[in-house]
Design a protein around this ligand. Sequence first.
Ligand code: UDP
Length: 323
Amino acid sequence: MGWLVTGGAGYIGAHVVRAFQAAGIEASVLDDLSTGFEAFVPDGVPLIKATLLDRDAVREAVQGVDGVVHVAGYKYAGVSVQRPLHTYEQNISAMVILLQEMRDAGADRMVFSSSAATYGTTDVDLVTEQTPNHPESPYGETKLIGEWLLKDAGVAHGLRHTSLRYFNVVGSGSPDLYDASPHNLFPLVFDALVEGRTPKIFGDDYNTPDGTCVRDYIHVADLAEAHVAAAQRLAAGEPIEPVYNLGSGAGSSVRQIMDTIREVTGIDFEPEMHPRRPGDPDRIVAAGELAARDLHWQMRHTLEQMVATAWEARQKAGDAYRG
Ligand code: UDP
């Protein structure tokens, strides 16, 4: 029994597994280790090493589970533009197999990792769950289609589900769990600092107070707890929304992040200015009120703690988990 976490050997999934353990709920993991690490799976947690495209492995993994937290997927918007068919295969074909096998096994609860990428560029100050969806990459499209799959499986097969739209997930809940994503701000800045290069800011001519992009950074351990609350709500049969934003309502600019990194690491540096990275919107900040109401969602960690925990994990990881 317990919950299966797909992608549970990855940075976010491994935090979700730990949050379930902390809540006294058994967890198991299905992960092909393409971007995850066996070492991220705690001792004693069953790990099936297989892709979600392997129907037999999925069938075995969902036998007897109470529900599934579906974290596994390919997450880089830019890469998905170059490899749309791969992204659709990994994020959609795989999810169809997972949902079919869950239906056949009688596993009828799912918490799905969705993304702010479903919204695309928006000029609203605070993104709510009612903000229209305009995904701008195959990645964002697959997350929205994943939400539709859940809705339709809910109507036809009685699946109970919710989708959590993540904003910018950073930090670490344990020094052993490092996010080495090769495209994201924190790991790129840390790599530069460790290797004696100067961190880069992509664009300082945005329509924001200091000209650099504003994003809603949330700590991965806070994020992980929301999955447990969602699973418990599904298990209790309580009303649940189809979609929750996991955001803070407050944004930080790239320059503010750089300043915080300078303070926390004690490394003095002045970032280099570079042209805008294609496809980066000025500002994306979410309202998290719905999740606060239903999922006890709250930001326990400050920006300083996000940087400090991520930096500690980066130093401990050394070269072990380079993306
Ligand atoms: N960014 C930057 N320098 C870097 C990496 C990222 O200035 O080395 C900026 C990027 O342009 C964006 C913000 O940091 O405005 C957050 O980027 P990230 O890739 O972490 O997340 P995104 O919001 O794009 O999903």
